[in-house]
Design a protein around this ligand. Structure first.
Ligand code: SF4
Length: 436
């Protein structure tokens, strides 16, 4: 696992009372760089944990004067349908503190219905993504990306065996969903293999027919995965960036070279690997960095799909507070400054359409120098951008394959079914409160 020195470690009493779960938490604790005496807590202690600042550093890390390793907390999903009850009680206790406890602190949040592009999605006419179930084991991260707000606290749920039973029930109800993205709010390999949760999940999927777990990561840490019985049912997607971005703005991730080496090891061990250039931050050397990263990844590995996504989801002021202005291409930064009105109606802000299109064109040209066939898609872009790139990509919003789409099985070139029409939620009657 990563070398870590967390300021504190908390272990729920439900973890301590089970030998296997306790051994997982203790495996991580015993591998810490700086020894920490864990604190055992109960549900009744959660309001005090929150009041005493357990979430205080859950802020965009680029906006903090100092970023430390996160607090580690080990808990279990309860699967008892009482998460909301516990949330309500905790919220009541915290009313005067003006703050809330996260679902993960009360044993909830195992599965999440992402309603993207369906009628309940307020951004359905703007952002193009995929409706599906997403699955969670952790929340928080050790990687310290400047633009991210998931530092400060890393919650790990350790009852993976119970989790797989519930996940199996969900999969039976959703035959249209072939792949399951794990932890879009964490980077699961970082505490492994000491934590011992990701291996059992990978091997569980290895027992299934045509069902895949997708691990989305910026890690260098894959050597331990070599001998797992994954049976080709684990897809590992690297968020990849150019060298300057990875070194300056993604402090504790693998560098570009380290991520590609980790992908090479995974590919050698039989895992399907993919890349997303996400988020693409236009630092001053972005063109050269992009060319070099593309060269390197094709020299060492064979992804079955590559996706592209510009830095987005905030206005220009928020971007500057997270990234600073000094590293950015001054022309593109000025374009973002000048385009506040133009980008007002899209979540793809702060960079205007022409900047994002220019960046995607560069990446696409570089990729095609090395590989004329690998599918290249846009990730979470808007419909206007898709309209511009549909012909070049040979795919459209409803049928493209991508890094973590629910029908993007290994080697797929194009979806057979309409991605928005095929996705029908069907969890009624499963454990209430678990499937949020
Ligand atoms: S790797 Fe992902 S989750 Fe981790 S800090 Fe970076 S952006 Fe956040």
């Amino acid at each position: 696992m990563y070398p870590l020195s967390p300021p504190a470690v908390y272990i729920h009493e439900g973890v301590m009372s089970n030998d296997l779960y306790r051994s997982r938490a203790e495996g991580v604790v015993s591998a810490l760089e700086t020894p920490v005496e864990p604190v055992v807590y109960r549900d009744a202690d959660v309001p005090d944990l929150v009041r005493n600042g357990i979430y205080d550093n859950r802020k965009p890390m680029g906006s903090l004067a100092e970023v430390r390793d996160p607090i580690l907390l080990f808990d279990t999903f309860r699967f008892d349908g009482k998460e909301q009850e516990r949330m309500d009680w905790t919220g009541e206790q915290l009313r005067d503190a003006g703050t809330n406890a996260g679902l993960s602190l009360v044993g909830g949040g195992a599965f999440n219905w992402a309603c993207y592009n369906l009628k309940d999605d307020p951004s359905r006419n703007d952002k193009v993504c995929r409706p599906c179930w997403r699955i969670h084991m952790q929340q928080g991260c050790v990687h310290r990306c400047h633009y991210c707000g998931l530092g400060g606290l890393l919650v790990s749920m350790v009852n993976i065996e119970e989790y797989c039973v519930q996940l199996g029930r969900l999969m039976v109800r959703h035959p249209w969903q072939y792949t399951y993205l794990l932890d879009d709010d964490a980077d699961p390999p970082c505490l492994e293999p000491e934590l011992g949760c990701l291996g059992p999940l990978i091997e569980y999927f290895g027992t299934l027919e045509n069902r895949y777990v997708i691990i989305h990561t910026k890690t260098w840490n894959t050597e331990w995965m070599r001998y797992l019985q994954h049976n080709g049912n684990t897809i590992i997607v690297w968020s990849i960036s150019g060298d300057s971005q990875s070194r300056a703005l993604e402090a504790k991730t693998g560098t570009t070279q380290e991520r590609i080496e980790a992908a090479r090891i995974a590919e050698e061990a039989g895992y399907q690997i993919r890349y997303k250039f996400k988020p693409i931050i236009p630092v001053k050397t972005w063109r050269e960095d992009a060319s070099e990263a593309v060269r390197l990844l094709f020299e060492k590995t064979n992804p079955d799909v590559i996706s592209l996504c510009m830095f987005m989801w905030m206005d220009v002021d928020e971007m500057k507070s997270r990234l600073g202005a000094n590293l950015l291409d001054p022309t593109f930064l000025q374009a973002a400054e000048d385009s506040r009105d133009e980008v007002e109606d899209t979540r793809a802000k702060p960079f205007p359409h022409w900047v994002r299109a220019q960046v995607y064109s560069h990446y696409l040209a570089e990729i095609r120098k090395w590989n004329s066939e690998v599918p290249v898609s846009l990730s979470t872009e808007n419909f206007r951008m898709w309209a511009e790139f549909t012909d070049q990509l040979g795919m459209k919003p409803t049928n493209y394959v991508c890094g973590c789409g629910p029908q993007s099985t290994p080697g797929a070139k194009l979806l057979q079914d309409h991605a928005f029409k095929v996705a029908v939620r069907n969890d009624a009657g499963l454990i209430p409160g678990v499937y949020g």
